[in-house]
Design a protein around this ligand. Sequence first.
Ligand code: FES
Ligand SMILES: [Fe+2]
Length: 470
Amino acid sequence: MSIADRPAPGTARSPGISYQELLDTDTHEVPEVLRLESPRYFGSQDMPVERYTSREWHEKEVKYIWSRTWQFACREEHIPDVGDYTVYEIARMSFFVIRTAPDTIKAFWNSCLHRGRQLKEVDGNCAEIRCPFHGFAWELDGSFKHAPSDWDFSHVTERAVDGEFQLPEALVATWNGFVMINPDSDAEPFHEWAADAVDHFQRWDLSDRYVEAHVAKVIECNWKISQEAFCESFHADTTHPQTAAYLGNPNSQIDVFDSCSRVITPAGTVSPMIWYEVDEEQIMRAMMDTRVDEDIPFDIPEGDTARQVAVRAARERWRPVVGELADHWSDSEMIDNFDYTIFPNFHPWGSYNRIVYRFRPNGDDHRTSLMEVFLLSPFTGERPPPAPLHLLGPDESFTDAPEIGMLGKVFNQDLGNMSKVQKGLEGSKKGAVTLSDYMESKVRWLHYMLDEWIGSGEQAETGEGTAVTL
Ligand code: FES
Ligand SMILES: [Fe+2]
């Protein structure tokens, strides 16, 4: 292609059937939320590797991102009873999220107002908040209750009258069963900040799901490298070659909204990158991970497609649990992949994928990260208790977590890249990464947002603008 023939940057699309064209073949009514298209071109410039490797950049993220943004701390079901609490940590900050009344959840900074000991280390239930060091105590709502040997703390009891010894709080919001917290008490309310996601997920109520699995692993790379491994499907044809026979990886639709973005990857369709012929049976075999010596799990009637058969099977699978919804939802919602990201690190998937990701720095270390995957499943009858955290050890891989099924094999393929990306970037002669204009626009969106937040934070503080590098 000559330069003159090149389409405007960001407008080129992969050969093959687009997601919107696939929707045209849907046998059910397609909801408006899937018809939305919101591509965004952020420019084609390179991005410096220091974002992933430097301590200085990490410190900026701690100060302007982790201290100021809404973060998924736990599910409401993790703290069902009054007095239940769970610890959420991000970089150097620690909070405990506690149900203080049947309909009230608060998040407190996890540091005693006496000499600073962490108040809570592990999840549990309490009738009061009492520090294990010298016994200072607070009511569940954070109001000051008691200082042992109060004859020596008259200055404290005096100050407590004015509320000065109230435990400091982070903002809390609940949405779709998620408990969101924000360390910044001046932050925009969550439902306003996340308005697009709030609107889209009206279609998919995740509050009536339960945590069927919760698996985590420390990964030897910056949190953004972990996260970005799940923000584009472009890598799948190479990293997960088995998916090329049943996922339209380069045909994914990428949409960018204000505080969220999404990648929609169609299933039961062949990647245009595939170099061999596949028939409908092979698509089905690949989709179901069926070995050559195993029978195909579903027959494909003459003239039918693997996608349609898989859609019908998904409807049958979910009908006993979700009832008539199984007959109302579009084909796409039954089998396609809807990976949303709410800035900075929260990834609730839409529809029945059941996946939720959360990526964070591993403690205060910018060269390692904590990747977590939750499976949120529908249920009938009484809500099953949430699965406890299964933290994989350094020598364990995702296939040591059978509760996530086939995902384990896929994640292990991703795991094969992540620490190598960190290593490669640390030793990069080029000193920068290059991104595609469309397929990787969700990755670029993340960095655009980081620039916006860090730039505006620095500007507010110093009166000087920071050079925005994207
Ligand atoms: S540090 Fe908490 S009571 Fe002393
Ligand atoms: Fe992957």
